[in-house]
Write a protein that binds this ligand. Structure first.
Ligand code: GLN
Length: 469
């Protein structure tokens, strides 16, 4: 057994017992990244020297005091749309190819405070817009389980790095499924927390009313450890909230699980349907009560999501103007307008430009009522659907994606079929709920994620329920 096989809990107890040093684990991970990541491409930046130095310092600290927090000395990686001081933060875009962060995102600061070791930054769809990581300026991240297939997106690099054991855990961001989908495709555990439970300070904004940072790791316990470290109110993000920890102590037979009848419709891959139904059956056999529920407006969630996320993105992307920072064509332009036009034309990719156009259109006078305003009303209906459902059940179970991890190139030319990949994930963001992707397919097969959705701030209940599996 190698050190990269250990989960966070095992690393923690091994470090305490001095079975190995933080330096040794760090070295082992860096060696593995060198040999394996050529074919997977999960990292954009590897920060070898700083990681080894930090690991050395961690060993000095633990020699003096072995009372260490859980993430102490644990090697991890951060999606390249979150600020890590001194490191490049590209957002997977040519626009920010040479942009260096001068501060830490709050979530990053929190894990640094525990002395986690940051190995580097992971690949993503440009500005987190996509479901396959094929929209990255740096090329796609391949699925470690089958290199011909996508890793999912947009946090594909973060999920692939965990799955290939190139990092003990990673941070991702989820606006419409970007933690859960790649976790599902790569066979990792990924948590999209309640909106407001983790500070978004230092996360490059895509759609601010939907974005959340969350953990991807190998086990449910590890995800909990990372979530506990990064959650909580932050004065630098006014949408973050105090997290009151409820203790969730229950047995599986006390669980009431809702399964929306709208989830198993035509178009879902039969292998996905079978795996999800088997997983639900397993809970039933363990004693949980399974109840069919209805989310009547869920069928509108994709349309609603793509209007809202594009509208917000069109506003958030306005700052990349070729003047303030990032890629600029001001040398070649004759005037300011040309600088704006050429910098954006050549600095941003196809999908990002498509979203800016959809969003600008939806927000423009004359169309605002028909698109943006209507989407907001539908958003409220979806929120209410979930509220009603949670009056009857504790948790909602279903698939993360209707598809198995698809082949690289299979959907990239057809944006609509790519958007369909998100049909089960986006409603959770629209309603601000927490949800987990839990691997549930047989080992040796392509990974499939079971999605467990909970009430706001009931991550603890989701994780406890997942631990029974
Ligand atoms: N796939 C979705 C999109 O392209 C979600 C992306 C995300 O969660 N960042 O918008």
């Amino acid at each position: 057994m190698s050190l990269v096989d250990l989960n966070i809990k095992q690393i923690h107890s091994g470090l305490k017992k001095k079975d190995f040093s933080a330096f040794e684990i760090c070295q082992e991970y860096l060696g593995r990244i060198k040999s394996k990541d050529k074919e997977i491409s999960s990292f954009i930046t590897v920060d070898e020297e700083a990681a080894l130095n930090k690991a050395k310092q961690a060993d000095e600290l633990i020699a003096k005091n072995s009372d260490i927090p859980f993430l102490f000395g644990v090697p991890c990686a951060i999606k390249d749309n979150m600020m890590v001081e001194g490191l490049k933060c590209s957002a997977g875009s040519k626009m920010l190819e040479n942009y260096y962060s001068f501060y830490d995102a709050t979530a990053v600061k929190k894990i640094k405070n525990e002395n986690a070791i940051i190995l580097g930054k992971t690949n993503l769809d440009e500005f987190a817009m996509g479901s396959s990581t094929e929209n990255s300026f740096f090329g796609p991240t391949k699925n470690p389980v089958d290199l011909d297939r996508v890793s999912g997106g947009s946090s594909g690099g973060s999920a692939a790095a965990v799955s290939a054991k190139l990092s003990a855990f990673t941070l991702g961001s989820d606006t419409g499924g970007s933690i859960r989908l790649p976790a599902s495709f790569c066979g990792a555990v990924g948590l999209k927390p309640t909106y407001g439970s983790v500070s978004r300070y230092g996360l490059i904004a895509f759609a601010s009313s939907l974005d959340q940072i969350g953990p991807i790791a190998r086990t449910v316990d590890d995800v909990k450890i990372v979530f506990d470290s990064i959650k909580g109110k932050d004065s630098l993000d006014s949408t973050s909230l105090d997290y009151k920890e409820d203790s969730f102590d229950f047995s599986v037979s006390e669980l009431k699980i809702g399964v929306p009848k709208e989830y198993f419709v035509k178009g879902i891959d039969p292998e996905v349907e079978k795996a999800i139904k088997n997983a639900i059956k397993k809970y039933e056999n363990m004693g949980a009560k399974i109840e069919e529920i209805s989310l009547p407006h869920i069928k509108h969630s994709l349309a609603c999501y793509y209007i809202i996320c594009c509208s917000e993105a069109s506003a958030n992307m306005a700052r990349y103007d070729g003047i303030r920072y990032g890629y600029s064509e001001n040398q070649k332009s004759k005037n300011l307008l040309e600088t704006y036009l050429y910098s954006r034309e050549n600095g941003l990719g196809e999908e990002v430009k498509r979203r800016i156009m959809i969003g600008t259109y939806s927000l423009s006078s004359g169309y605002y009522d028909d698109y943006y305003l209507k989407a907001q009303k539908i958003r409220t209906l979806i929120v209410n659907d979930f509220k009603k459902a949670f009056e009857k059940v504790d948790l909602i179970f279903g698939p993360v994606s209707p598809f198995l991890p698809f082949r690289i190139g299979e959907k990239i030319e057809d944006p609509l079929s790519m958007y369909l990949v998100d049909m089960y994930t986006v409603s959770v963001n629209l309603a601000g709920l927490p949800a987990l992707s839990l691997p549930c397919n047989d080992p040796g097969k392509l990974p499939i994620g079971l999605q467990i959705i909970g009430k706001p701030f009931e991550e603890g209940k989701i994780l406890k329920a997942a631990s029974f599996y």
